[in-house]
Design a protein. Structure first.
Length: 302
């Protein structure tokens, strides 16, 4: 399988930056941001090379879903298999493309079911050089949260970059099945900031904004899908908003039986800020309902 790409070659030598979106088929901010970059960078790229992939997971996009026809999550399937199912083939093609890059940015959002606080994340890899470059990329993206987490999670685009020793970040910006225009603009500006930081564009000083840097090397840190699992099937009504500071024991929402209306409160087991919140009300047992960043600092408004 070959991914549909656009390559922009600068007039002067420089690093190769790979920017992807649509690893999940229901995450639209990144797709539109890459489409815009495909049009706009042609006239401004001066150094190096930029490879742009607006939709990595064409099967999932066609399904209007997070996952493709085979039911696999591409972000749990890397490095994939070129002879495997449609998602395994896409994961293999993505992995091979990552291996050609010097820098990698993967654009995400919360899809149809989640709202995610704007953040740039990276793995706390063992290589000091790769880690420092990833930190530079995440900070340059100029989102309010910079989040470093364990490098022991496999199957992801970030783990493919880890194995290839490629500095890499992933970006999250809202979601809820929408195409948040603030998110699109933030992703475009962030990608340009990364390009400027590493010499692909003339240096542009981003607008100053408050930014919190939080690094958490604990096992499973950054694994959003296992946090605050729903104890049963039901309807989830949120009681908080993304970015809100909560304390251990605070109510995050109510999970009710869809037929009887009997409900139970879902409380936070941590103190910190809500950075991911399930906003699609219908949930199944085990679905993640929220992620709380364990940090005493309150996040900037987003």
């Amino acid at each position: 399988m070959l991914l549909k790409t656009k390559v922009i070659q600068g007039e002067q030598a420089g690093p190769h930056l790979l920017i992807t979106a649509g690893v999940h088929g229901d995450e639209f901010e990144g797709i539109v941001a890459v489409q815009r970059l495909m049009r706009e960078l042609v006239a401004t790229a001066t150094r190096g090379k930029v490879t742009l992939v607006p939709v990595v997971n064409e099967s999932a996009f066609g399904q209007k879903n997070r996952c493709g026809k085979d039911g696999l999550d591409l972000a749990r399937t890397c490095p994939g298999n070129p002879q495997g199912s449609v998602t395994e083939q896409a994961a293999s093609a993505l992995t091979q493309l990552i291996e050609t890059a010097d820098l990698y940015v993967d654009l995400h959002s919360g899809g149809v079911t989640m709202d995610v606080y704007p953040l740039a994340g990276y793995m706390l890899v063992e290589s000091p050089q790769v880690l420092e470059a990833s930190r530079r990329m995440a900070r340059a993206f100029a989102l309010p949260l910079v989040w470093g987490t364990t490098d022991k999670l496999d199957g992801r685009s970030m783990s493919a970059a880890r194995d290839a020793q490629v500095p890499a970040i992933y970006v999250e910006y809202r979601g809820e099945g929408r195409c948040n225009q603030h998110g699109v603009e933030a992703m475009i500006n962030g990608c340009r900031n990364v390009m400027a930081e590493f010499g692909l564009l003339e240096k542009v000083v981003p607008e100053p904004r408050q930014q919190i840097v939080h690094e958490d090397p604990r096992p499973e840190s950054g694994h959003m899908q296992i946090c605050c699992p729903a104890p049963k099937d039901g309807v989830f009504e949120t009681a908080v908003t993304v970015g809100q500071f909560v304390k251990q024991g605070d109510v995050l929402g109510t999970l009710s039986d869809p037929f009887t209306g009997e409900g139970q409160e879902v409380v936070s087991s941590q103190t910190g800020s809500v950075i991911v919140l399930r906003t699609y009300p219908q949930v199944g047992q085990g679905d993640a309902l929220a992620v709380v960043l364990e940090d005493e600092r309150e996040l900037p408004p987003c």
